[in-house]
Design a protein around this ligand. Sequence first.
Ligand code: 1HS
Length: 257
Amino acid sequence: MTGRLSGKVALITGGGAGIGRATARLFAAEGAAVGVLDVDRVAAAQVADELAATGGRAIAVAANVSVDAEVREAVRALVESLGPVNVLYNNAGVASTGAVDVADEDDWDRCMAINAKGTFLTSRAVLPSMLAAGGGSIINQASVAAIVGVADFAAYCAAKGAVLALTRSMSVDLAPRGIRVNVIAPGTIYTPMMEPLLKARGGGDVERGLATTLEKYPIGRLAQPYDIAAAALYLAGSESAFVTGSVLTVDGGMTSQ
Ligand code: 1HS
């Protein structure tokens, strides 16, 4: 541990699995007290318990980030337990299915609600305590899908594009008040969330879909959760003190070709 987040309180949405869990582990290892927020109460508790068992300070809070009352209550509980939030990672997200002609309306609404509205609601709920603490860092989660069109992923591309634009808006509004806001655009990590897309891309064969996906990544592999967590750590800490409104692609060159 190098203590890059010593004395800080970090809230990570979607902290119960994947990138969120990897980031919770890294932030705790760097000295942060961590609020692990997830819609899956059990998953959040498992991560918080793991961090506490290895000497960290952590609590689990359950909320659906698209439901304002749940988000407000989770943030209230977090602040009461750990203190004002210095770092917020809006990581919670869901994928979608289909091109624009076949995507269904419920899928569109769910995708916009969790990815885009969730970022808005959680940021809004955290801001009073972050401002009272004198400032902080907000990290939003976009995707390469906010930058390039990804086939059969219409609602997801739109929602992540909204997160990217919201980040720029937030960075302008909040910089004078001591809060930096940046967005990470990760490339694909092979997770259950990606399987419907990979299956469609592979003509029903996930392995073939994976091979096709790999060809999009000049670096020769897909991302791992730690790759994204390490970027979040940079944006959370003082080494990025002059960085706000930035889009940090962590994509193995996927959007560069
Ligand atoms: C889910 C993640 O944000 C990546 S979007 C799909 C990108 S790729 O599989 O077409 O490289």
